[in-house]
Ligand binder design. Sequence first.
Ligand code: ZN
Length: 371
Amino acid sequence: MNNCFIILAAGDSRRFNSKTPKPYYLYKGKSLIKHSIDKAKNFKKFNKIILVINKKHKKNIKNLNIKNATIIIGGKTRAESSLKALNFIKEKKIKNVFVHDAARPNFSIKLLKKLLSNLKKNKAVVPFINSPDSIKYKYRKNTYNLLRENALLTQTPQAFRYKDLYSLVKKQKGKIQDESTLFIQKDLKVKFIRGESSNYKITYQNDMETKKINYGIGFDVHRLVKNKKLFLGGLKIKSKIGTLGHSDGDPVLHAIIDALLGACKMGDIGEKFSDKNKKFKNIRSTILLKQVIDEIKKKKFYINNIDINIITQKPKLKKFKKKIIKIISELCNISTDQINIKGKTTEKLGLIGKEKAIACEVITSVFNYNE
Ligand code: ZN
């Protein structure tokens, strides 16, 4: 086995228009880069996976804690980046090399298999699909109608014999859109195989969106009594009064759990963690939330946002907000900017106003990537 998988992620993704560079953007619960790495790894036919990154993204890559790939810094152009990667493996006796854009996270292992088997008899194998739109081609002053079936929209991964690709890339000076361009320019044979329409390239942030978004609502209230601890959103807060409950009585985490269960159509907190069950006596609600997060993840739900109202006369929430957001973001494995907390009072009216109870309401939205 001497196959190498090169993932190109060195572009500056200007069209993507996001603070987070495109390769590091979360998609179906993990960064775009990780999708490609994991798939290449699962194919089990690559003895080397190279990830080519932009030098401006060193910090982003560090946060990902990549284990299964060698990371190298790319060049200014795509050709430079692939040359750097091919140079890097020069001494490694690589026979076949796959070049892939990190912006295509949805290719299948079946496609990798097809590419590899076609490399036995070819030097360059490229997946393509036909355009669903009709195509016109403008050249100088003329416009031509192209036959859809003759127009190939090429994708990646593209597979090559290392030796042949390397000699072409080495000589290349200008800009290229993909590696197969070099073969075509020299009139060398490229074997085109049927690609996958699901293997589309993510170019704009819109491409990341999915049609299925679900919303869930949660509400919880706990009595406030003397000599009890007060937990709000997983944070222990110093207070003379605390919540009464079977578990640690954290109304914020309970409302989040119910909102999530609602959004994912998985029932409610009482069904899941019965207050009749001794197992849950005095249990920290952080443990319950984590369990729910694991379960919704298994069903391919990913949290988009959580909006929280905490309704209480005391304590004033202002100084705890940041800490609570951080705890919830860690528990839910989302970023802090997906969470919002609002502190509310009831103007001293009713039980909450008289500090006899504390309540919380939550709305959450989740993406469903169930394929
Ligand atoms: Zn509760």
